[in-house]
Structures are given as C-alpha cells and as structure tokens.
Design a protein around this ligand. Structure first.
Ligand code: PEP
Ligand code: MN
Length: 367
C-alpha cells in the first residue's frame, strides 16, 4: 500500500515484458482494413507490445469523426487475432466498458477529457467492479495532479490494481511548440507522490506533430517512464483524426530503434563513487544557496522595517527593474538560462515582498 493507499501491480507483470513498453496503433479505428493493416505492420517490427485504437472519439468540435463505435470493436479484435498482441481502447462511460468487456478488449484507458470529470470516472469505475482488467489513466486536460490521482484512486477503490498513468500533456491557451504542454513537473509530481505507479508517455498528443515525437519519447524514457503510447497509421496524412501526429509503421520502428534506454541505477562501482562525489558537491552548494537566500531575506526584513519607519512603499518599480536587468546580464555571462534566471528572480522577489508585507502590516498569513 502506498501513502495514498493505492494497491498496485507493476506494469511489467501485466504487460509481461520489460521496459520500455510500447503501445501503438491508429488514433481512430476507421475501417477494418486500416485497423488490421496498421496493426499487422506495427506488430511486424517485433518492438510493439500492445495495439491501440480509439473506437469512441471525444472530439472538440461536432462534425468531426467520432469513431466507429461497437462495429470498430470487432476490427480491434480482428487486429488482436491477426497479431497475437493485446489491444487497448478508450472508455468514457459504463456502456463503453460493457461493450469492451464483451468483445474481449485486453486493456482499457480513460481519456484526458474523461479524467477531468469525477462523475464519468466513477461511472467507469463502478462498471469495472469485480473485473480484473488493466486500466491506464490519462492526465486530465487541465494541469491538476489531484484530479489525475483522484481518478486512479476511484478505479483502485473499485478493485482495479493493474493501473498505470498516461502523461499526454496539458491544454493551454498559449500555443507553444507542443499541441499539449508537457509540463513534465506534473508527471514527476505524480510519480513522486506514488512511486509505485508506472507511467506511460503519449508523445503523440503532447507533440501534435510527427517531428517532435522522438524528442518527447526520449525525454520520457530519461525521466524513467515505463513506456510509450505512439499513434501510427498506414497512411497518416489521410487519417480521419490527428493526421499530423501519426506516423507510418516504418517511421515508428525507426523511432523505437533510435531510443536510448537508460537504467535508473547501476551496480558499476566507479559510476556510483563518482556520482556520490558529485552529489556531495551539489549538497554543499545547495546548503550555500539556502543560507545565502536566508541571509538575503533577513536583509529584506530589515529594509521592510526601515521603509515602515520612513513611510515608504514596499515596491519601487525602478529598483525591481534594475535588479532584473543586472542579474539577467550577470547570469547570462555565467551561462545560465535567461528564462530560468527570470523565474528564479521572480520567486525571490515575491518572497521578499511577503517578508516586507509581514513587517509592515504585522500579518501572519501569507498574502
Ligand atoms: C487518444 O488517445 O486518441 C485521445 C483521444 O487522447 P486524449 O484523451 O489524450 O486526448
Ligand atoms: Mn489521437
């Protein structure tokens, strides 16, 4: 049992393979031919452990392809028979669950648009009571680790122990290079809170385009994720959903073969010794950084007191601008990343204001 009370079976035990576990197949099952041909070509690489396909598609706008429905389940089962690989699809309600169980789908996943809704997740969990089937839970579209964990807990409470999380990135108004911002920190946060929980990365929905899939996949493996779910299609440009991000089975095989699989630890003595020396240096530097920060805050407090006595405001915009300007120039010269410097300065400045607000107004709460 974990601190959060999750009872889990490791993914390698229910996928019957070592990491990295690779799941691939089309975004949507479109026709039996497309489904079976994609699955066969993907399986031929010998590098894929399960076949995916969306049967019921949650589309942002009406009028887009919403999936083949129950008819498509038959195609998915044909793909299973042809390849001998387990198959997985997305379920969003009790009817989907029942249809999948009846058809013989091996693994289910809860999509990002469902994880956000506790009513839907509970409905899926209730429909799975007493059923021994693996379920993977995508992160909710909004960056909320609690909601992601909550969905996993609901399924676990229903008796599902073969659970994994899928990191597929988060929706945001600002459009960066990714379709869904990876916000790796959130995935790391969930892994830190529930270390026994295996996590799969879905680079296709993070990237939104083919070119970034390798990069995101490698990064996920380097963050010790258990595997990848990558969308593939025999004719990606003609796909009925998510055309830009799907790859051909041969591109998929190339992406997988180029991945560098690193281990989270090694028994090599030289490596361990060198790492511990470097870590000691990091520990020492962290001590210094923390004590310097504490000293800086003490001075801030004094300044706050002084400003109070002289009836001067906490914030002087010119001074703040000067700090940002000079420090960024300094950090740049030292080879530090500008965005990082900016974030760090903002955090320090925010804390300084907190400290001075406390001095000025004798508040006890953080504001
Ligand atoms: C999908 O996997 O095709 C899908 C709909 O994903 P998500 O729930 O991550 O949007
Ligand atoms: Mn998709």
């Amino acid at each position: 049992m974990t601190k959060k009370g999750l009872q889990l079976e490791p993914i390698s035990s229910w996928m019957h393979t070592d990491r990295p576990i690779i799941i691939s197949g089309p975004c949507s099952a479109e026709t039996e031919e497309q489904m079976v041909a994609t699955a066969k070509q993907v399986a031929a690489s010998g590098k894929v452990h399960a076949i995916r396909a969306g049967i019921w598609k949650p589309r942002t706008r009406p009028g887009q392809y919403e999936g083949a429905g129950e008819e498509g389940l038959k195609w998915l089962i044909s793909a299973k028979k042809e390849t001998g690989l387990p198959v997985t699809t997305e379920v969003a309600n009790a009817a989907h669950v029942e249809a999948c169980l009846k058809a013989g789908v091996d693994i289910l996943w809860v999509g990002a648009r469902t994880t956000v809704n506790p009513f839907s997740v509970q409905e899926v969990a209730d429909a799975l009571k007493g059923v021994d089937i693996p379920v993977m839970v995508k992160n909710p579209i909004n960056p909320d680790v609690e909601l992601w964990l909550g969905a996993l807990e609901r399924l676990n409470k229903a008796g599902i122990t073969k659970l994994a999380a899928i990191h597929r990135g988060f929706s945001s108004f600002e459009k960066g290079p990714f379709r869904n911002a990876p916000m790796w920190d959130l995935a790391i946060e969930l892994k830190t809170r529930v270390p026994e929980l295996d996590m799969i990365c879905d680079p296709s929905h993070i990237a939104g385009n083919r070119d970034l899939i390798s990069f995101v996949s490698q990064k996920a493996l380097d963050l010790d994720m258990a595997g990848l779910m990558i969308e593939s299609h025999i004719n990606p440009d003609a796909a009925w959903s998510d055309a830009k991000q799907q790859v051909t089975p041969s591109v998929l095989a190339k992406i997988i073969s180029e991945l560098v699989v690193r281990t989270p630890s090694t028994d090599n003595k030289t490596f361990k010794d060198t790492l511990s020396i470097l870590r000691e240096q990091i520990d020492q530097l962290d001590d210094e950084i923390m004590s310097k920060l504490a000293a800086r805050m003490k001075i801030s407090e004094k300044i706050g007191q002084y400003k109070k006595e002289n009836n001067v405001t906490i914030l002087q915009v010119n001074r703040w601008e000067e700090i940002v300007h000079t420090r960024i120039a300094l950090c740049r010269a030292m080879g530090l990343n500008e965005e990082f410097t900016n974030d760090l300065l903002r955090l320090i400045h925010h804390e300084s204001i907190q400290v001075q607000t406390k001095v000025m107004n004798k508040v006890t709460e953080r504001v």
